[in-house]
Design a protein around this ligand. Sequence first.
Ligand SMILES: Nc1ncnc2c1ncn2[C@@H]1O[C@H](COP(=O)(O)OP(=O)(O)OP(=O)(O)O)[C@@H](O)[C@H]1O
Length: 573
Amino acid sequence: MDSDSETDDDPPARAETDRTARSDGTDRTAADDGSDTTDGDTTDSDATVSDATAGGDEDDVGRSDVAENGIGQNGVSRTELTTEGEIHPDVDLDVGEGQSEASSPEAEPDEASPGLFDDLLSGEPIFENKEVLRPSYTPRRLPHREEQINNMATILVTALRGDTPSNILIYGKTGTGKTASAKFVSDELETTSQKYEVPCEVQYINCEVTDTQYRVLAQLANKFIDQNVDYIDDELDRLHGVREAVDEGKTTVEETSFTDGEALDERIDDLEDDREEFEPVPMTGWPTDRVYSTFFEAVDYRERVVVIMLDEIDKLVEKSGDDTLYNLSRMNSELENSRVSIMGISNDLKFTDFLDPRVKSSLGEEEIVFPPYDATQLRDILQHRSDIAFKPDTLSDDVIPLCAAFAAQEHGDARRALDLLRTAGELAERDRTENIHEEHVRRAQEKIELDRVVEVVRTLPTQSKLVLYAVILLEENGVHNINTGEVFNIYKRLCAEIDMDVLTQRRVTDLISELDMLGIVNAVVVSKGRYGRTKEMSLSVPLDETKSVLLADSRLGEVEDAQPFVQARFDDS
Ligand SMILES: Nc1ncnc2c1ncn2[C@@H]1O[C@H](COP(=O)(O)OP(=O)(O)OP(=O)(O)O)[C@@H](O)[C@H]1O
């Protein structure tokens, strides 16, 4: 076991960065900048809110800034809008009752409220229950996953008999229902265990979020400590009741499970001591072996079978190796009261290649594969959900087949199919039509695709963003078949402009290849005869939106008026 002291101060550091970024309004999280893929209705309402807050038309600086930025639905700084609205120098806060001079002085109180939402509410909504189309919803029925669910249940039923179930590895591409099925089986397992009073439970950990050994063990330890404390409290309540009944002569000690009054008091004292001893693990700072032993003691405090469900297990291995899995998989030989079994879920089929052979064989005792859905299966899934999600007769006949067909092309991803259906519904709602048509699905597909691009571009490293910005500037200036040398020249100037280190041309060529792999540019190698070979590229994503996302980056935003030096391409090449 790794006994290094792992301070693990990543999360606070990240939180710090987030705060700084937000306060200067230059960088945002996906949620802040409205790039949340499917809920694209921020643009319209943001613009209207800015109207309302900034007051008159003339001094509506915030709004025109935004328009010039051209960021549109993504990257618009909400901070800028509200800040300018709130601290507007011309607003006299003492005017009237909650009414500012900025709003029309003659306006009747009623007119001051433009009824922003009234209009929107008046239309008959298309959705009966939109929540069931969101990823957070766990459906009660999972069509086309009966086989996998039965396999899991057959393995886990051992836990209900008080024995240790085999470890399970679940594989499958994204959106194939792995998490939904595993959660469904876990819920059933826990419900049945309560019914038959067999101590058996499932602990779910998402390793994309909890991605180090320290954090996994700390999270588990704290969950078990909480449970143990609850258990002790219940037990103490019960025993104090017994003690009282004995004292009042309502029962005799012989009628309880204790041999005498002393044994009863001893048990009460022991429980109180135990309760004192449980110390929660802080999220950083302890040596890992202390965290491990705290977890170990907490889980072994009483008899039970625990299934630890590690979702996105590959992320844990990628980030912090296989120590956690090694420790968890060897625990059973040392545990006295409890038993632990692991259920790992991954969409990376190859991640076990990086595991120690012992961990690999122990973890993969049972493997269950989730194949992609085909279009017919996706249709069934969508049909089930849409029956609950939409008002009757809202969907025209071709909507579900089209959503299913689009999602089947995307490696049979049910999440994508559901996203498409929800977004199509939202677009129809915005159009104020009563039905969803094929056209809404096509627009939804475009929107989701664009949102994906925006998200990919937003999260690129700054150097890649600069390279991409160079390509955009060249395209904007009508250059076709842009070559690496041209990109490099513009890139160098952009670096100088914002004081960034200049990478070598070879490295920039690598970055171009990465952009190509991400589908942002399309690069082909062309031979220039005796002048060697070069890459020629063009942009594969919408220029305006991509440019806006790039300029929303605090560093790139510093590049002002980049047009003149695009001329450099002609000077230097
Ligand atoms: N057979 C099914 N019936 C109904 N809904 C389903 C089915 N399969 C998947 N879904 C839905 O699709 C979405 C994605 O499913 P889930 O999160 O289980 O996929 P996953 O395989 O775990 O994906 P990832 O690897 O990306 O986490 C969820 O909203 C889930 O409810």
